[in-house]
Design a protein around this ligand. Sequence first.
Ligand code: ZN
Length: 143
Amino acid sequence: MLAVLTRPGRSFMGRLAKGDDLLRALEQVCREHNITLGEVRALGAVTRARVGYYDQEKREYYFLELDQPLEILALVGNVSLKDGRPMVHAHVTLGDNTGRTWGGHLGEGTPVFACEFALYEHLADQVLTRQYDPETGLTLWPK
Ligand code: ZN
């Protein structure tokens, strides 16, 4: 188990551009403002989506291609370092035109229709860097 003491840093609110890749654009904001640890929340809409599910037996992600406009009902995520660069790990709940929901691990390939985000920097004495975890096959924080 790992619990790192953090204190609030800067916070940002903003809007992504139509056509931006949702995941990459959030990482771009982190890079531009040198945010290496934090949390992100967002809502809005996407024109299509690519969301992942991690198969714990096979130890691989498979991705659902949702080829339809969807509302971003909730996006929650965190920011930490992977290979020396800020990485956003986000999960999304998306709603379709019947109110049904889809969701999963946000993958690259999810274009923004409209998106408003809030980004909260956390400051800590210890750097959180993702590394390969042999127990799960995932790239996680150390425990
Ligand atoms: Zn995930």
